[in-house]
Design a protein around this ligand. Structure first.
Ligand code: F6P
Length: 329
């Protein structure tokens, strides 16, 4: 791979708290290697439209603690077409970009793979609050989103406890239950509904509420991953089945904002650093992943075939925390 002199960096897909920390690390590591850094705004669409800004050390000052992304983000239908991708390659040539660092989720990396196949070296940095990228233990934004949801649900619990009510809370996660299960365990949920575990409404909801009532609880917290169903519908079904009137909260995009936690800032900084170090040392077309607390590089094509399964042992722990039940000796 030819010596890297100038790179582009972009953020793509749903934004995630910590993306700015990753952008900052990419820029400052590039400058430390004597590499210029160009910010591409609005994800892959920005590469097609040549929507760019020169980035300096100062450009990324004071963004470490800010949620969102100073480069904006977008999903790009044009980039799904060969015509769009060829325009993106032309932009790379026009700007003299030797490589691209793409910060985002699975969709971002599918685009990165296509661009690499057209001859543009790419390195991916996993960033999505869903934590559903199969090749990496952790994705930037997950910890902040979980803590935001936990804080919201703790507040809900105060009023549910006072009124002895049932709360049904819908959290994000797209088609995965990582966020819902982590939050459910952290708030001591009565029940957690995730797409990876088909909901048996009677067993997983009604009997859990009845069991909690028998255990002396007078308020109940049901956490629903958006991929497992609608909190509004779950609430209606609870009312039909048990005769109580649950209060429903859809946390929505609150989970995408806020100042990134220390874990997200530190992980994003390490990932951004190693993304540029790989390029500077002649490696590309890989995703920067966390594995057992360290950083590994996984080829994009292989990374996109990898699946991450919900830790069902944690699901069992959640059940035991609520209802005991004998754990197999
Ligand atoms: O992928 C991140 C995410 O927040 C998902 O959890 C959610 O389903 C989706 O993005 C929402 O997408 P949008 O911001 O385009 O509405």
């Amino acid at each position: 791979m030819k010596k890297i002199k100038r790179i582009g960096v972009l953020t793509s897909g749903g934004d995630a708290p910590g993306m700015n920390a990753a952008v900052r690390a990419v820029v400052r590591t590039a400058l430390a290697y004597g590499i210029e850094c160009i910010g591409i705004r609005r994800g892959w669409q920005g590469l097609i439209n040549a929507d760019f800004v020169q980035l300096s050390r100062e450009s990324v000052g004071h963004i470490l603690s800010r949620g969102g992304t100073i480069l904006y983000t977008a999903r790009s239908d044009d980039f799904m077409t060969e015509k769009g991708r060829k325009k993106a390659v032309a932009t790379c040539k026009m700007l003299g970009l030797d490589a691209i660092v793409a910060i985002g989720g699975d969709g971002t990396f599918r685009g990165a793979l296509e661009l690499s196949r057209l001859g543009v070296p790419v390195v991916g940095v996993p960033a999505t609050i869903d934590n559903d990228v199969g090749c990496t233990n952790y994705t930037i934004g997950f910890d902040t989103a979980c803590n935001t949801a936990i804080e919201c649900i703790d507040r809900l619990r105060d009023t549910m406890q006072s009124h002895e009510r049932c709360s049904v809370v819908e959290v994000m996660g797209r088609n995965a239950g990582f966020l819902a299960l982590y939050v459910g365990i952290s708030v001591g949920a009565t029940a957690v509904l995730v797409p990876e575990h088909e909901t048996d409404f009677q067993k997983d909801v009604v009997e859990r509420i009845q069991g909690a009532r028998l255990a002396g609880n007078t308020h109940f917290m049901i956490v629903v991953a958006e991929g497992a169903g609608s909190a509004i519908e779950i609430g209606e079904k609870i009312e039909e089945a048990i005769g109580i009137h649950p209060r429903v909260t859809v946390l929505g995009h609150i989970q995408r904002g806020g100042s990134p936690t220390g874990r997200d800032r530190e992980t994003a900084t390490r990932m951004g650093y190693y993304a540029v170090a790989a390029l500077a040392e002649g490696r590309s077309n890989c995703i920067i992943c966390t594995k057992e607390g360290g950083i590994v590089e996984i080829p994009i094509e292989e990374a996109l075939t990898m699946k991450k399964h919900l830790q069902m042992d944690r699901y069992r722990i959640m059940e035991v925390m609520q209802f005991g039940g004998m754990v197999n000796p």
